[in-house]
Design a protein around this ligand. Structure first.
Ligand SMILES: NC(=O)C1=CN([C@@H]2O[C@H](COP(=O)(O)OP(=O)(O)OC[C@H]3O[C@@H](n4cnc5c(N)ncnc54)[C@H](OP(=O)(O)O)[C@@H]3O)[C@@H](O)[C@H]2O)C=CC1
Ligand SMILES: O=C1OC[C@@H](O)[C@@H](O)[C@@H]1O
Length: 335
């Protein structure tokens, strides 16, 4: 089955996503339409990427009968309303991270998708990389013993990026980068519930978080130490420590290398003719194929990033923000 994609938001990540999917899977995935707030924005994007239809306004995309699934690539603050609109018109959805602004919105969208029997997934692309599948296999095999410790320090100097520093645009290190560090430790400790989360960090002048660190403890001596900064580059390596050995994942959010006690495993990315805007964006293709496989088999969630994990991720981000004193207008919004 060819999966027919629509794209909501003609910005930077949508650009990379379309190139990645078109390059990796020219037959099984087709982009049939793009929508932007302005018709000009959509038309330019459509021309650049050879997409047949361009809409000024997301509503027209939602109504297009030729679209099976919509990739939502607009601002964090727009994810909830855009996803809701697409689900209400019967579209499956792959929504950029962070899924929404908070746990309340997240639960609402997932309930809606379930009630309509539609696929929805938070685009935590990291989870779909071959490195994550192999690291999981190794952890499950017992090769590194009992996994007791996970660590990741994820930072980029991003003060120049307006959507990241502004409250109105749903900014902050936690929602933009922290989502990755939290999903990493969640991936390592799977379905365990934290016993305690200790949090600290700094705010910027606008009142959003520019750095944040957390120590998360789990039962049976397991713990994660995670930190993020939107002001300085950090090592960006994920570390998983077991009683018999350690796994290291350089560029843990979009990895191509896995360092194991038995050597280094390499997983090169698919090639593309066109340049990307972000590091390792070719790997954005994997989540698209996971979405296709899930939809084909009648699943409404991706096994690598389940609804329960998306809700837990939102809960943890809310908790970190609360500890830091960061609130958004969406937090007091009633439905
Ligand atoms: N997976 C990954 O590696 C990455 C994911 N992301 C995520 O993707 C999303 C978009 O990020 P990115 O592409 O960098 O963002 P952009 O700044 O490129 O903006 C994306 C879209 O958001 C809308 N938008 C931008 N500015 C405004 C504004 N001031 N007011 C209203 N709408 C606006 C526009 O939609 P339109 O075209 O409809 O006008 C724009 O095309 C975020 O949620 C981010 O977290 C971002 C980077 C990497
Ligand atoms: O998702 C992302 O990946 C890493 C950073 O570039 C960040 O700003 C972006 O949103």
């Amino acid at each position: 089955m060819v999966l027919r994609w629509g794209v909501a938001g003609a910005g930077r990540i949508s650009h990379d996503f379309v190139i990645a999917v078109q390059s990796a899977y020219p037959k099984d995935h087709k982009f049939v339409a793009v929508a932007a707030r302005s018709e000009d924005g959509a038309t330019t994007f459509a021309k650049d990427h050879g997409i047949p239809k361009a809409y000024g306004g997301y509503e027209k995309l939602a109504m297009d009968p030729d679209v099976d699934i919509v990739y939502v690539g607009n601002l964090n603050t727009q994810h909830f309303s855009t996803c809701k609109m697409m689900l209400e018109q019967g579209k499956h959805v792959l929504c950029e991270k962070p899924f929404t602004m908070n746990e309340k919105q997240t639960r609402k969208l997932i309930e809606l998708a379930k009630s309509r029997k539609l696929f929805i997934m938070e685009a935590v692309w990291s989870r779909c990389f071959p490195v994550y599948h192999e690291a999981k296999r190794i952890m499950d095999s017992g090769e590194i013993g009992d996994v007791l410790f996970a660590a990741v320090h994820f930072g980029h100097a991003l003060q120049h990026v307006e959507r990241l520093t502004s409250v109105q645009m749903g900014g902050g290190a936690i929602l933009d980068l922290g989502v990755y560090m939290l999903q990493f430790q969640q991936y390592v400790f799977r379905n365990l519930k934290p016993l305690h989360v200790a949090v600290n960090g700094h705010l910027n002048r606008a009142g959003t978080d520019e750095s944040c660190g957390a120590v998360i403890t789990y039962p049976d001596g397991k713990m994660a130490v995670v930190s993020t900064s939107a002001r300085v580059a950090l090592p960006n390596e994920g570390v998983i420590v077991g009683t018999k050995g350690t796994l290291k994942i350089p560029d843990f959010w979009c990895p191509t290398r896995l360092i194991t006690p038995n050597g280094v495993k390499e997983y090169p990315l698919p090639r593309s003719e066109k340049p990307y805007l972000h590091h390792n964006s070719a790997g954005l293709c994997y989540q698209a194929e996971e979405a296709r496989k899930s939809i084909l088999s009648g699943q409404i969630e991706c096994p690598h990033m389940t609804h329960a994990e998306t809700i837990e991720l939102a809960r943890l981000m809310d908790l970190l923000r609360k500890e830091m004193g960061v609130t958004f207008p969406e937090d007091s919004q009633e439905f």
